[in-house]
Design a protein around this ligand. Sequence first.
Ligand code: NAD
Length: 302
Amino acid sequence: MIKVGFIGLGTMGEPMSRNFLKAGYNLSVYDVNLKVVDILVNEGAKACSSPREVGANSDVVITMLPNSTIVEKVIIEKDSVMEGIASGGIIIDMSSSQPSSTQKIANILKEKGIEMLDAPVSGGPPGAAAGKLSIMVGGKKEMYEKCLPLLEVLGSKIFHVGEAGAGHIVKAVNNLLFGTTLVAAVEAIVLGVKAGIAPEKLVEVISVSSGRCYAVDTKFPNIVFPRHFKPGFTTDLLYKDLDIALTLAKELKVPTAVSNVAQQLYMVGQQKGFGRMDNTAVIKILEEIVGIEVKPYLDSNE
Ligand code: NAD
């Protein structure tokens, strides 16, 4: 059986890597956070002391890391996967990374006879735990087909979308839309609540009407109404994803007037200390301005 390495065992990487253990794969893991490494070792993974060691122990190495600076450090810099993995090995970056960085990494790896796919995901921690992520894959078609059985351990809707970097472009475009609709949903629902409508009624109606979107039908009931704002998907990571998309838009001279404004609101959220909270915490900015809190009337006994 193929030997798998996994680097980046955070909110997403921990449940994703666990699915390889459940499927019976030989799994080597690395993270700078040793606590989560211990958890997976107790479940059968082998701990490695560097990305290089993960590479040396694996046929295929998967990365699930916060951003492209860290992805480059782990894959191509000192003590990296590239230094350990044999020629013919495969590296799959499943993080939401900058497409230009992905193309640079893929070219460097190609020179060493190492293959690369970019395969970012959507579906959040519940999709990761259930092995039901959406996966958008960039890279050579034959490499995609070869890796499909591994990707099927993690996801149920898997698409080959183009050459190296294409997966990361699709992911950035998807998250630009999500981040923008979330801000629009927050504004609309805060307005409805300020005007006297019960939040749970608003969400119930909008979820079956023309304003429906993931931000309203999933994020409000699961994160905003319980008011826990636990990630999920942090404000910092969504800000980074919008940055990837908006940088690409600037390079290609595509106007992005509405999503630029949305990104500014996430920056305000970061300045207010919401960076490590779920991205829906952006609603607190508007709530504070208009003096309300969006929580179900029934729960607050009003
Ligand atoms: P996270 O911050 O929870 O996890 C990142 C992990 O990487 C942490 O365990 C951290 O210790 C580790 N790490 C950081 N630097 C490292 C290094 N140099 N070497 C080894 N490990 C290192 O983030 P997450 O929410 O799991 O997201 C990971 C990636 O997936 C991001 O690119 C994010 O944009 C993307 N993503 C997240 C979600 C989500 O819902 N959280 C959904 C889709 C995609």
